[in-house]
Each structure stands twice: as C-alpha cells, then as structure tokens.
Design a protein around this ligand. Sequence first.
Ligand code: SF4
Ligand code: SF4
Length: 374
Amino acid sequence: MKPKVYQITAQSKSFAYESGLMGKFEKLLKEFDLKRFIPENELVPLKMHLGNTGAFKTIRPQFVKKVVDAVKQVPAKPFVTDSVRVPGYEYLEVAKEAGYTHLTLDAPVIMADGIFGNDSIPVYAGETLGEMSVASAIHDAKSMVVLSHVKGHIQAVLGGAIKNISMGGISAAPRGGDWNHGRGKMHFLMGEIMQWDETKCTLCLDCMHVCPVGAITFPDNAYVVDKGKCWRCGRCARVCPTEAIEVPVSHEIFMKAVAEGANAVLKTFEPGRVVYINFLLEMQPECDCMPLADPPVAQDQGILISHDPVAIDTATLDILSRVSPLPDSRASGLGLKEGWDIFSLLHKKDGRLQLVEAEKLGLGSSRYELEVVG
Ligand code: SF4
Ligand code: SF4
C-alpha cells in the first residue's frame, strides 16, 4: 500500500477559524491521530530548525504550539529541539528571539546535543559516512515529530524532512572536536578543508563574521582557519561574494551522505514511531542557517503530514514543480521545466537525488497517495 500524505492548503474559504490554516492544522493533527505513533507518557522531541540571527522565516510559534498541544493529548511529554547550529547558548537566544520559549510553546526548548553541542552517540550511517554522532535527546527518544520549514539549500537543494533529520539530527561538534563524525563531514567528503584563492579575495571579512565558532582570522591579510575549532559548516564559502573560498564537493556524494545521515537518526527509532510535518510556507531560497531571510520563491502551499519521510518530501517537490515563481524573488523569471521543482531550477541541481538515495536505504517510498483534506 502506498504511504499517505495529507495536505491542507493555505487558502481560507471564509473568515471562520476552522476555515483558516490554523484551524485546519488543528483539525489535521486531531484526525491524523498521533496516538498511533507516540507511546503514552514518553518524552517526544519536536525536531525543528530554530533559525539564525536574521533568519526569521522559520515555522511560526503558533503552529508549533498546536503540535505541542496535540502531543500532550496523547498523552505524552513534548519538548522542542534541534542540534546546535551556532553554539548552544547563542542558539537558545536565537530560539527565544524567534518566539520559541517554554512560555510561548508550553514545552521546554532544549539543545538536542546539549549546550556544548557535543552530547551525542555514534551510530553507523552508511558506506559514505561511516559512523555519525546522533544528538542524544533524539537518540534516546522512543518517538519523534519532525517539523520542517520547507526551503531551498545550496547543496541539498530541498530543505525538507530528510535534510531536517539528517543534518539537524547529527551533532556539529561531537565530543573531543571530532568533526569527522559530525554534521560537517557531509560537506567535506571531497577534501578536508576549504580552499582559499587570494587573488579573488577582497578582504570584505564576511566569511569571518558568519563563522559560528570564530575559527577564521586574517593575519597579514590571509584567510586562516583554525582546524581544531572549525565545524566544517561551509557557511564561510557560501557567503563569500567573490567565490574566493571553495569547498570541494560532489553533488551525488553529498546527496548520498544526506540520506545516510537520516538513516543513522532513524535507526534509533522502532519503525512507525516518527511523524513528519512539512510547512510549505514562506519558502525562502536558502537554508534557515544563513543569517538572512529572502522573499519566498513561491506562494504558500499549506502543510503536509505523513508517517513517511520520502513520501512527504517527494510530495513537496511534486507540488513545487507546479508552482509559479513569485515576482521579486530569487526565482523570478525561472521558466518551469517538466519534472523540475522550483528549488532544483534555482540551485541548478537535482533535489530529488537525496530522496532517491533515502528510498534505496529503505527510509520510505517515493510512490505515495496525496489527499487534500482541507
Ligand atoms: S566551515 Fe567556515 S564558517 Fe564553518 S566553522 Fe569552519 S571556518 Fe567557520
Ligand atoms: S568573504 Fe571571500 S572575499 Fe570576503 S574576506 Fe572572506 S574570502 Fe575574502
């Protein structure tokens, strides 16, 4: 039987609360019946990406609160979490600024790999990555709800459910600074560190300012990375306006690594214990890791829910292959191409590859049944 993906659209038919997205989401959560997936009285991570300074187009707290309420109805004990993207103390400040607090969500907000970002447990991911460090608060849970703000990503192309559990479920800085078992390994499978081209560098220092761990210095106007500190997040290369910093990369290997990262995280759960919710709202071109928010590339498409990560991400890309690029966005002027979604067109790479690899690993099915329920 094909896995089901349920969708509620962003449009409202009237001014009644039940007709709006918030009311429809409440009903969707009730009808999806989280009791089927979440054991009673257990702690349940609500896996999110909490954003970054300047990246404000993450999932609005009101939606997260609805999920908290639904999990409490099971009854179970939800907590909102992500592994550290910037050092844990600062990341909690980012979460607070975005409105994700115990007070607003009625659930604790914690770092899945601890305030130091090193609380993790090694799990075999696959032949490309080997062993990876899964954040302990996710590793030790019996069930999980994955809330993904759908957006683009420079390398993964789609930031959806698979990428959320993969890059967000693995620690950035495993204990002892062993980056080779951390998230950064996914970025650096083709070479150990960034290449810097002095002739292209304008000394704007954007790379230094974006580095989450202060690993970059410019003694004598030369880009120097402290390899011991560096998380291999790749953000310095991404922000460089002149492409003076290069991360050697293979799209195929990277996508395989993303799928394997998700595999490591999902291996820590019994089958049928994870629920996925994709928010196709305010879909910006780049990851919420980047310190900015850009105009959405397409109109809001509502919210999807499923028990299958490959199905929900495939449905997401299918929907995004039928949308029109929004004017004044980075997708403006992109022509639609049969079988190509807006993020793959924008990033000039095939976003489905991560789903193909995830399906090969048995994480889910790309053949699904979509039901629009509101
Ligand atoms: S990859 Fe670049 S931005 Fe990221 S931690 Fe290393 S030096 Fe800093
Ligand atoms: S961002 Fe690029 S151009 Fe600017 S200082 Fe860094 S390497 Fe040089």
